[in-house]
Design a protein around this ligand. Structure first.
Ligand SMILES: NC(=O)c1ccc[n+]([C@@H]2O[C@H](COP(=O)([O-])OP(=O)(O)OC[C@H]3O[C@@H](n4cnc5c(N)ncnc54)[C@H](OP(=O)(O)O)[C@@H]3O)[C@@H](O)[C@H]2O)c1
Length: 258
């Protein structure tokens, strides 16, 4: 499969690296105007170019990872060079209907919300498309399944997906930072505290994804009656651990919706 990514910034470069490292038989081209920050991607076999239309007609999927205000300029450049393409957009706030109107009915608009963990094959990429385009969107879904998980969602949940999956990366990192700071207080140097905290989160996430159970079932397995874990958990909840996270996520969503 040939993948053409327009906008090799934080997200575009992460997706390109993820495809090159974690998926098989896919060729990636990634574009941006200033090539210097992504020229090293060539070492992974990724084609980097300033020309948004370079071999674009050969692409099976075109991915837009540009800012909302850059969309019209980019589309004006590429549309004359392509026919019958799937255009998968990660552009925040750009609806399928809006994108479809901009690109015309001969192309297929798909909306994707990956996160930068795509670079490590560990993105949670929510995907939405119109039901009539189910077959045409399949290649994009398969591509992102190779970069982590790729749940298909109702488009009306795309803002919520942005908060849970993209902003969620920052929320999870802040949890790890807090855990690490506590680790230093209880005796570890920061590097060891970070290693332990990050790996513990990874382990907990892997158990959940593998077992597909509810977190409380796993929590029950590590909370001995009268033990230190339940004492710590209850103290955290007393100080608003879960409720502050829930409130933060709802505030982010309010901010997106404006
Ligand atoms: N970062 C995330 O975690 C994340 C997650 C989900 C969705 N998103 C969405 O993805 C989009 C990109 O976000 P980002 O954080 O990756 O932004 P970013 O780092 O600013 O990347 C955008 C890239 O687009 C390039 N660009 C601008 N105009 C261009 C043009 N005419 N032709 C080709 N490339 C062009 C820019 O490079 P040059 O200036 O060198 O051209 C820049 O590297 C946004 O809409 C964002 O909301 C981001």
């Amino acid at each position: 499969m040939k993948v053409h990514i327009i906008g090799g910034g934080n997200l575009g470069a992460s997706v390109a690296i993820g495809i090159a490292k974690f998926t098989k038989d896919n060729q990636v081209t990634v574009t941006r105007r200033n090539l210097a920050p992504i020229s090293h991607l060539k070492e992974l076999g990724i084609t980097v170019t300033t020309d948004n239309t370079s071999n674009i007609q050969e692409a099976d999927v075109i991915i837009l990872t540009i800012k909302p205000y850059q969309v019209d300029t980019v589309l004006a450049e590429i549309l004359p060079a392509i026919s019958n393409k799937v255009i998968a957009s990660a552009v925040s706030g750009l609806s399928i209907e809006n994108l479809q109107n901009k690109i015309g009915e001969s192309h297929t608009a798909v909306r994707i919300m990956p996160n930068i963990a795509a670079q490590f094959g560990a993105s949670a990429t929510c995907i939405a498309f119109n039901e009539k385009n189910k077959d045409k969107a399949q290649q994009t879904v398969a591509l992102f399944q190779g970069l982590g998980t790729a749940p298909i969602i109702d488009e009306k949940l795309m803002d919520a997906a942005t908060v849970l999956a993209a902003s969620g990366t920052a929320f999870a990192l802040r949890y790890i930072r807090a855990s690490m700071q506590a680790g230093i207080e209880i005796g570890f140097d920061w590097k060891t505290a970070l290693e332990i905290s990050a790996q513990t989160v990874k382990g907990a996430a892997e158990m959940l994804l593998e077992e597909k159970g509810h977190p409380e079932q796993l929590i029950d397995r590590v909370t001995t009656p009268q033990g230190c874990t339940i004492a710590g958990l209850n103290e955290m909840e007393l100080h608003g651990f879960s409720s502050s996270l829930i409130k933060g996520i709802k505030t982010s969503l309010k901010q997106i919706k404006g």
